[in-house]
Design a protein around this ligand. Structure first.
Ligand SMILES: Cc1cc2nc3c(=O)[nH]c(=O)nc-3n(C[C@H](O)[C@H](O)[C@H](O)COP(=O)(O)OP(=O)(O)OC[C@H]3O[C@@H](n4cnc5c(N)ncnc54)[C@H](O)[C@@H]3O)c2cc1C
Length: 320
């Protein structure tokens, strides 16, 4: 069976969920061979094997941390040359897309970015993309070279499928360009203790109706009662009430949690584009005509300042 390279997104060996989703998709088109780079790369092997990686190619070198993406592209290209895969899959983060695009240029291949599904086809993998704020769904196939495809988080269910996960050291020689852009400082984002937005099973979002940065405390309180991540509409983010990193939508993050609770969000198409694949959608809005209600499984017509705190209390009570 053809091998499929899967680029691993991990933090010191802890594999991030979008990579495990990629392994599910990779198994549809071949045998996943994972490529894990940087500090803790070898520690990814157990999780990758558990989810179907037949091999885990690892490399660590100071260049991966000290310079921007080019050393990683060099390593992924080395893996590509060692394996001659049927496809290369990369998580659709900003960094992932840059790595994938650079690799595609180097190996003369076509690229598809932001796929939301992937299936095997007679002439190569067929990727589904969601276009124009999810008003169209397109299916595409790469016709030149080895398909390089980046896949959005939450595009597939994580499935255990134990495989050998044999660890092999990947030999990488860095190109001249690898050290062209040096990282001069790093400031870790303050941890909120909440799950990562794109990976969370529950997301509680606030919009313009929240009416001020200080009022986001009630959205956070509901999120914390549910163990959820906090999202925000662009209107709330542009007003400076919540960080840009939490924006959900076409120009923000795509989320697909089990439960999405939208408070004070009207449901503009650009917001929907980032959350409409959520499994259960709940909206709280004081306007019964708000378009978000066209989308919801459960809707509450009411003032969020009354409804959200009551909901939080009820969740806490039921949790005991
Ligand atoms: C190119 C482009 C890209 C965009 N990308 C994004 C994106 O990624 N994400 C995104 O979110 N938007 C995006 N937008 C903006 C989008 O069009 C909307 O303007 C935005 O989503 C509106 O945010 P909102 O729903 O919070 O605000 P509004 O549309 O103003 O809605 C606020 C809602 O809150 C309700 N409300 C007010 N007070 C209360 C209360 N006390 N209790 C309950 N309900 C209340 C109101 O009834 C209203 O429905 C984009 C726009 C463009 C043009």
């Amino acid at each position: 069976m053809a091998e499929v390279l899967v680029y691993v997104d991990h933090v010191d060996g802890a594999v991030r969920k979008p990579t495990l989703e990629l392994l599910t998709l990779a198994r549809r088109i071949g045998e996943p061979v994972a490529v894990a780079l940087g500090s803790g790369a070898e520690n990814t092997a157990a999780a990758l094997a558990e989810h179907g990686a037949v091999k885990v190619l690892t490399a660590d070198a100071p260049e991966f941390a000290e310079y921007l993406v080019v050393p990683k592209v060099d390593a992924l290209q080395a893996a590509y040359e060692a394996v001659s895969p049927a496809a290369v899959l990369v998580p659709s983060s900003a960094e992932g897309k840059e790595i994938a695009a650079r690799l595609a240029v180097r190996i003369g291949s076509g690229i598809i970015t932001d796929a939301v599904d992937l299936e095997a086809g007679d002439e190569g993998p067929v990727a589904t993309q969601s276009a124009f704020a999810a008003s169209f769904t397109t299916k595409s196939r790469i016709t030149k070279g080895t398909p390089v495809i980046t896949v959005k988080p939450n595009s597939a269910a994580v499935e255990a499928a134990p495989a050998a996960g044999t660890v092999e050291a990947l030999s990488v020689s860095f190109s001249e360009k690898a050290t062209g852009t040096k990282v001069v400082s790093r400031t870790p984002r303050e941890s909120t203790g909440r799950p990562e937005l794109t990976e969370a099973a529950i997301v509680v979002s606030g919009g313009r109706g929240v009416n001020g940065a200080e009022n986001f405390a009630i959205i956070e309180a509901l999120a914390d009662s549910l163990g959820a991540a906090v999202g925000a509409s662009r209107a709330a983010v542009d007003a400076g009430w919540y960080p840009h990193t939490n924006q959900v939508g076409q120009t923000g993050k795509s989320v697909s949690p089990q439960l999405y609770i939208a408070s004070g969000i009207s449901g503009a198409i650009q917001h929907r584009a980032g959350m409409q694949t959520s499994k259960t959608i709940v909206a709280i809005n004081k306007d019964a005509e708000a378009p978000i209600f066209d989308l919801v499984d459960y809707g509450v017509v009411g003032d969020l300042f009354e409804v959200v705190p009551q909901l939080t209390e009820e969740v806490k009570t039921r949790k005991g």
